[in-house]
Design a protein around this ligand. Structure first.
Ligand SMILES: *[C@@H]1O[C@H](CO)[C@@H](O)[C@H](O)[C@H]1NC(C)=O
Ligand SMILES: *[C@@H]1O[C@H](CO)[C@@H](O)[C@H](O)[C@H]1NC(C)=O
Ligand SMILES: *[C@@H]1O[C@H](CO)[C@@H](O)[C@H](O)[C@H]1NC(C)=O
Ligand SMILES: *[C@@H]1O[C@H](CO)[C@@H](O)[C@H](O)[C@H]1NC(C)=O
Ligand SMILES: *[C@@H]1O[C@H](CO)[C@@H](O)[C@H](O)[C@H]1NC(C)=O
Ligand SMILES: *[C@@H]1O[C@H](CO)[C@@H](O)[C@H](O)[C@H]1NC(C)=O
Ligand SMILES: *[C@@H]1O[C@H](CO)[C@@H](O)[C@H](O)[C@H]1NC(C)=O
Ligand SMILES: *[C@@H]1O[C@H](CO)[C@@H](O)[C@H](O)[C@H]1NC(C)=O
Length: 535
């Protein structure tokens, strides 16, 4: 059993290494009662902005191998390639043009957004992008935003294109509509459009999709394959209430595979948003996730979403595509580790980190543009550490394998730190510690450039292991946007186009002794994170 003990107060000031009067945190050998439900494999997944998908994936003549490499790296760690949700605001703006010779014709309307096009046509070759990443499963987002004749034409025409692209094992789920809880504002529904109107429209259009599938891809109309992620709401307090939506019969056709909601910690343009206050702050993550935990509990109590796992189908740090200097920094990577592991500990079973071309919070920039350099970005390294923490059992190659990975949040005294234990098939496998004390390397005087650490102690009861191996997520500081490494590996584009490269200047192969009482202590530099493994 897990008995969290309060640590003694941190003493900082002059000392370079912050020593603590540490009472070790007890970590049991067996998964405790308060562990999250087993994560879905894969847990680390992505959502890619509909209009950016051709940039991320390429097409048959020019597949984007860099993106594929980054997905393979995650598969090597977590056992399965990330699932890719293709969707976002632009999914509800895209219209089909049968005469379009290119995959997409997007026109940016600066008054609406400078980050993505608001007038969008897609052609047949858009769907080639589903063929460039071997072994990857996708959800395709159909347009719900555009209704009337034009919207219906696009829906009817894109079902056969999408289903032919995704048959042969590439389909994870369908999706109809992105953030319909914001439709009253944009792209347009009458002010009295309520939960019942949404559910009626969703049910009638999904039934149309099903009839089209029966004609074009009947093999996909099975209980296993014909499933949706829904309702894909932006939040819990917009014009549609998710609880009332389920009560209004969203799952009347019993075809919702995953209850998908979206989440952002805050807004890029919100006043007062900083790394230390907003992202490298465990309390802010706990507050943000609490609303989902509550909704999930209420849905269970009312037996509305039985056997429908709760996921975040679109999430990232700061909405409006992130804030430069924050969302693309190493501090945001540390936030990503804390946020994702905390979600896992609260029975949010999978997260899709949202991506788009030139987006500030993106894990990688898939193509060179005049706004952003092609490359692996800091948040990717956070995705890597989460994948390493949630690695399945020996048979994790097999996505149907039933090795259960569960996460427990180990309470810590300060909001700048977080710790987790991962259990595989009920047995303690790994401990993660994230030290989010800000260490801004640009701000550090040359003379005082020694980086403080905090010390963390754990007592592992009934563990036979005599030593633990140590892997670190490291960079020069929380504001670093490059030079990041995981266990000495770099996945940067400019080295081997995203393939792992061992850096010569980072220490690896560290071991920690477990003493006769089962105690182990690890020093974690400010603005860095660590995994201790029993194997
Ligand atoms: C495939 O991608 C390349 C590179 O972006 C582009 O030049 C070409 O037009 C694309 N082909 C189609 C059919 O869209
Ligand atoms: C692309 O869309 C714009 C805006 O709707 C339109 O003016 C233009 O003709 C389109 N280009 C092609 C090649 O269809
Ligand atoms: C669009 O959907 C709304 C809500 O269901 C409905 O009131 C409206 O009539 C629809 N518009 C068209 C053109 O079908
Ligand atoms: C961390 O977030 C919580 C909740 O949003 C907030 O109350 C607290 O002030 C934040 N901490 C700092 C240092 O800003
Ligand atoms: C939990 O969810 C219910 C149903 O949506 C809501 O009425 C209640 O206010 C929520 N509680 C909290 C603490 O958010
Ligand atoms: C880091 O310090 C520099 C120099 O004081 C400052 O300009 C920058 O905003 C800081 N970065 C962050 C993310 O706080
Ligand atoms: C990190 O710090 C080292 C040592 O001061 C320096 O050589 C290196 O250039 C820094 N890396 C980055 C990306 O700033
Ligand atoms: C280690 O080497 C990498 C690649 O050259 C560099 O980006 C990084 O800043 C270096 N780190 C340190 C601490 O010197």
């Amino acid at each position: 059993m897990l008995v969290p003990l309060l640590l003694g107060a941190t003493t900082v000031v002059a000392a370079l290494v912050v020593e603590r009067e540490v009472s070790p945190i007890e970590v049991g050998k067996d998964a405790p009662e308060n562990a999250g439900a087993a994560v879905l494999h894969p847990f680390v997944s992505f959502s890619i902005e509909f209009s950016s998908f051709p940039d991320f994936a390429g097409n048959l003549s020019e597949p984007n191998d860099f993106s594929n490499q980054l997905l393979e790296n995650l598969a090597d760690l977590q056992g399965v390639k990330p699932y890719i949700r293709v969707g976002g605001n632009t999914q509800d703006l895209a219209l089909y043009d049968p005469n379009l010779k290119t995959s997409i014709n997007g026109t940016v309307v600066p008054s609406l957004s400078t980050d993505y096009p608001s007038i969008i046509y897609i052609g047949d070759s858009y769907f080639e992008s589903y063929a460039t990443w071997p072994g990857t499963k996708f959800s395709h987002g159909f347009n719900l935003g555009k209704n009337g004749t034009t919207g219906m034409k696009t829906l009817l025409a894109t079902v056969p294109l999408a289903c032919r692209a995704l048959k042969d094992g590439k389909l994870a789920y369908w999706e109809l509509g992105n953030e319909p809880d914001l439709f009253v504002d944009y792209p347009a529904r009458p002010a009295d459009w309520n939960e019942k109107s949404y559910v009626d429209e969703w049910l009638s259009k999904t039934r149309i999709i099903k009839r089209q599938l029966q004609k074009s891809c009947p093999e996909l109309v099975t209980e296993k394959d014909y499933r949706y992620i829904a309702p894909s709401f932006a939040g819990l307090t917009n014009s549609l209430d998710p609880l009332k939506t389920w009560q209004a019969g969203l799952n009347d056709d019993r075809n919702i595979g995953l209850n998908s909601m979206h989440n952002y910690i805050g807004g890029a343009d919100e006043p007062g948003v900083t790394l230390a206050r907003t992202l490298m702050n465990h309390t802010s993550t706990v507050h943000s996730v609490a609303q989902h935990v509550n909704l999930s509990r209420v849905l269970n109590e009312q037996d509305l979403a039985r056997d429908v796992p709760y996921i975040l189908g679109e999430t990232n740090s700061l909405y409006h595509q992130g804030k430069p200097g924050l969302s693309n920094s190493f501090g945001a990577a540390l936030w990503g580790v804390d946020f994702n592991l905390y979600c896992a500990s609260q029975s949010i079973r999978r997260t899709h980190m949202h991506q788009g071309t030139n987006y500030r919070y993106a894990s990688w920039q898939p193509v060179q543009t005049n706004k952003a350099t092609i490359g692996t970005k800091a948040p990717y390294y956070g995705n890597i550490m989460v994948a390493a923490m949630l690695k399945g059992g020996d048979d994790s190659e097999n996505e149907d394998d039933n090795s259960q990975v569960q996460v427990v949040n180990l309470p810590m005294p300060h909001e700048t730190e977080a710790a987790y234990a991962a259990y595989v098939d009920g047995n303690l496998a790994r401990i993660a510690v994230i030290n989010m004390q800000e260490y801004n390397c640009t701000n550090i005087e040359e003379s005082s450039s020694h980086r403080p650490s905090a010390s963390y102690a754990f007592r592992l009861s009934d563990i036979s292991a005599r030593s633990l191996s140590v892997q670190r997520l490291m960079a020069n500081g929380s504001d670093a946007i490059t030079g990041i490494s995981w266990d000495g590996w770099s996945y940067n584009y400019e080295l081997e186009r995203g393939a792992p490269v061992r850096l010569a200047n980072v220490t690896i192969g560290e071991k920690l002794d477990v003493d006769s009482r089962g105690e182990v202590e690890v020093k974690v530099p400010y603005s860095s994170a660590v995994i201790l493994s029993l194997d």
